[in-house]
Unconditional design. Structure first.
Length: 113
């Protein structure tokens, strides 16, 4: 065989492999777009079932702020305030539960009431 045949053969093999890789890239892209479309459809169905997410702009609540950007003293104060609020809520639920069941109340719970 002549030397030009081998050059022609390898150019043809390289061109076919590039064509195949291009075909696979197009096929993967189309599959990915179909998957995204299915996710969008599923999200639409779930949003209809569960309702939309609450908007922060409506004035309800405070926007989320990561604690890493807070001053440590402010973060500690927020933590202690939240801790006391949670503790008081637990105490109120405990008092209500015990009074509904007709059980005795703890002295530390009664003295706060």
């Amino acid at each position: 065989m002549d030397w030009w045949f081998w050059i022609f053969l390898w150019v043809a093999v390289a061109a076919l492999s590039l064509l195949f890789v291009g075909f696979l890239a197009v096929w993967i892209f189309r599959s990915f777009m179909k998957t995204l479309q299915e996710f969008e459809t599923a999200a639409g169905k779930l949003e209809a079932a569960f309702g939309s997410a609450p908007a922060v702009e409506s004035g309800e609540g405070t926007p989320f702020e990561p604690a890493i950007f807070l001053d440590p003293a402010v973060a500690r104060e927020r933590y202690l305030d939240g801790k006391s609020v949670r503790r008081e809520a637990r105490r109120e639920r405990r008092v209500a539960r015990r009074s509904a069941r007709g059980q005795r109340q703890s002295l530390r719970d009664v003295k706060f009431s």
